[in-house]
Design a binder for this molecule. Structure first.
Ligand code: ADP
Ligand code: MG
Length: 704
């Protein structure tokens, strides 16, 4: 017992025993931050800092976003009762200029005196051509300990419940002030090896923790942040890479070394055009995987229209040449059907059996299909979710292609996975490019192939942003294009479950188009229609029998109508960037110049304006995905919505810390290269750290 107390460092001290905490607040800290010890408390980082080393003159105030402190006097104070609410208003001067002070609540508690010099602290806003401070902090200057407030003052996130228990940012600061002297005295156990710290010029853990809470100056704060971000990303990478190295050694894959009659026959006799260099390269990469004897887990990224389907087809032919079946899983019935038709027409008379299995396959047809599938009589089975039902059993499934990966949940993929004794090769195709930083973090060691080239002859799509006020010009544009024999998509935001207004918008839009263009044939498609009706409408449009297709995002993926040259997106502010890019990819598929018109409300937010500007500025899906990541943060990225990030980042950010991530990954790779199991004495610190981490990594091999 005694020994225990002697050896216990402050780090293990339960947070409730830290001065100023106590059991009640300790409970809250546990609940909100999952903190139970003093050491864990050190990892509750500030979300911002305010520079309290500077004292402003009123005329030096430049913008309304930053806090300032001013020394001066209150020259007037009165309660204003004219409006609906009581307000307390005052004037404050620094001897030369004046600002307004205003309180909307707690008026009775504001006690200020004329003739006293105050230190004002607050955030200015521009009001009536002057600066105004709402609810400023005013302390008599002679009561302020100027020594203490100098430097960068940390601010911590707190919940409403915490504030109610007087656990606000000030209190958290106090708790830190109690713990940090011990950190300074005793130091923290370093969590990175010294050679790494030296190599990358990192700040020590102790210094970083001291400076992240109470930075002595901005450069030191930067160094502290850098070190902590590096460490966070480094350990994620180390964990991902270590696991995937092991997995790679363990999983045996089917060996498919033969390039035979199916592949060559197609390539030399039936391919209607030359492959792009990017397609060739990607097929070579995939083939190398498939013959390696290890299971392939490859992500194929290619912008809309880059020709991923053809790559998928040729990989299926490779599997066939080696005696294996393939399966292609598409997110929607329309898309599955379209793949099926593409495959059939591309293969023509070749002896390759392709079948389609969806929710609307008849029972009888289904039974024969399933029987043939078990006997290995079907070479390629294309389908939707129906493919993952337990009744679907392959004879010898060797390759699974998943199209538009982000539409499938993890559980669904896992089910498809278990269809085999040995894991089939997995190719996941996506047109929603995952920015490199995100791919590196989320998927770790997943191989990535990129088709970075569009088939020749594609003209870039011109994108324009219109407010709804300019609908007349839009209509004239539609009329002109249709008169020239081309077709137009008009897309409305998704019809969600229980959202009647969405459907109403779409139906009104349809009626409006019918009124505006009485001589034209117009189709309408939405997710709530019966599949047969939907398909019929799509078919009419695809065959050119209707000129305008009014639809929801059901057409987002896959639909291929080369004669359509105009994509109009209504309420474009309601779509994500990647979604807009997908939609835009529906046009520009034929020889004619294509356009994408984004229609928004007149009044839009700054962020919406930025999104529209990016769409107008670039056709490059990768740039758009990067921008999306920066604007919305990774949590909202379409590619990760379903699986979510497998870990939480406390300090690093995927959108802004890409460079640190690259370095951290490289460092992790070098360490594993020399010591894959982290067994050496110098790497013990890493092995120990990893043991304390949650299992944060998604094993791509398992979930694909
Ligand atoms: P995505 O990558 O969006 O799935 P698709 O596979 O649907 O793109 O291809 C878009 C269109 O480009 C299709 O009509 C396809 O036939 C055509 N295509 C694919 N590869 C080539 C190529 N190498 N040369 C010319 N056209 C191609
Ligand atoms: Mg496609």
């Amino acid at each position: 017992m005694r020994k225990f107390f002697v050896s216990m460092s402050f780090q293990d001290k339960e947070i409730k025993y830290v001065t100023g905490v106590g059991p009640k607040r300790a409970e809250l800290l546990k609940k909100e931050f999952n903190v139970s010890t003093a050491k864990q408390m050190l990892y509750v980082f500030p979300y911002k800092y305010i520079d309290r080393s500077r004292f402003y003159k009123i005329r030096e105030i430049e913008d309304s976003e930053t806090f300032v402190q001013i020394i001066g006097q209150v020259t007037s104070l009165h309660i204003d009762e004219r409006g609906k609410h009581r307000q307390l208003k005052g004037l404050f001067t620094d001897g030369r200029d004046t600002v307004e002070l205003i309180w909307f609540s707690g008026i009775d508690y504001v006690k200020l005196q004329a003739g006293v010099t105050y230190l004002l602290f607050g955030k200015p806003t521009l009001f009536n051509h002057g600066w105004s401070f709402a609810h400023p902090e005013l302390q008599p200057l002679d009561k302020v300990n100027l020594q203490k407030i100098q430097g960068l003052e940390p601010y911590y996130n707190t919940s409403g419940e915490m504030k109610n228990s007087y656990l606000n940012t000030k209190q958290i600061r106090k708790i830190m002030e109690t713990i940090l002297p011990d950190v300074e005295k005793q130091g923290l156990d370093e969590t990175l090896a010294q050679d790494l710290i030296d190599k990358y010029h990192l700040m020590s853990l102790t210094e970083s923790i001291l400076n992240i809470h109470f930075p002595k100056n901005t450069p030191l704060l930067q160094k502290a942040k850098e070190r902590l971000k590096f460490e966070e990303l480094f350990y994620i990478q180390l964990q991902i890479l270590k696991q995937s190295r092991l997995a790679r050694l363990q999983t045996v894959g089917y060996r498919m070394p033969i390039v035979g009659r199916a592949f060559n026959g197609f390539y030399f006799n039936r391919l209607p055009f030359a492959l792009t260099n990017a397609q060739k390269r990607v097929i070579r990469e995939i083939q190398t995987d498939m013959k390696s004897g290890k299971q392939m887990n490859r992500l194929l990224q290619g912008d809309v229209g880059s020709g991923k389907t053809l790559v998928a087809l040729m990989c299926c032919l490779l599997a066939k040449d080696n005696g294996f079946q393939s399966s292609i899983m598409a997110p929607t019935e329309i898309l599955a059907t379209q793949h099926y038709e593409t495959f059939r027409s591309m293969l023509g008379e070749m002896p390759v059996r392709v079948e389609l299995l969806t929710g609307s396959t008849t029972k009888k047809k289904r039974e024969t299909l399933l029987a043939d599938l078990r006997q290995g009589l079907i070479d390629i089975l294309i389908g939707t979710h129906a493919l993952i039902e337990d009744t679907v059993q392959f004879g010898n499934l060797g390759l699974v292609v998943i199209d538009e990966q982000h539409r499938f949940g993890v559980a669904q993929r896992a089910k498809l996975w278990s269809k085999n004794q040995n894991p089939p090769h997995v190719l996941v195709m996506t047109a929603t490019p995952i920015p490199r930083t995100l791919a590196m973090t989320v998927y770790g060691d997943l191989s990535v192939s990129v088709i970075d080239e569009l088939p020749p002859g594609r003209k870039p799509i011109t994108t324009m942003h219109y407010s709804q006020l300019r609908r007349q010009s839009v209509n004239q544009f539609i009329a002109k294009e249709v008169a020239a024999g081309r077709q137009v998509y008009v897309v409305y935001p998704l019809i969600e479950e229980g959202k009647k207004s969405d459907l109403a918008d779409l139906e009104n839009g349809f009626r409006y188009m019918c009124e505006q263009f009485p001589t034209m044939n117009i189709s309408m498609v939405h997710g709530k229609m019966r599949a047969a009706d939907k398909d019929e409408q799509m078919r009419l449009f695809a065959e050119g029998k209707t000129q305008i297709l009014v639809a929801t995002t059901v057409i987002e993926v896959g639909v291929n109508v080369p004669n359509a040259t105009v994509m109009i997106v209504e309420n474009a502010e309601r779509f994500g960037l990647s979604q807009l890019h997908q939609l835009r990819g529906r046009v520009g598929r034929g020889a004619d110049k294509s356009y994408c018109l984004l229609l928004t409300k007149v009044e839009i937010s700054k962020e919406t304006r930025q999104r529209m500007d990016i769409m107008v500025a670039t056709n490059d899906g990768f740039r758009i995905a990067e921008a999306d990541l920066q604007l919305r943060g990774p949590g909202d990225m379409e590619g990760t919505q379903q699986s979510g990030l497998p870990f939480e980042l406390h300090i690093a950010s995927l959108s802004t810390d890409g460079q640190i991530l690259e370095v951290a990954r490289q460092a992790a790779e070098e360490i594993l290269e020399n010591d894959p199991e982290l067994q050496s004495a110098q790497n013990k610190v890493y092995a120990d750290q990893l043991k304390t981490m949650k299992k944060t990594v998604v094993n791509w091999g398992e979930i694909s």
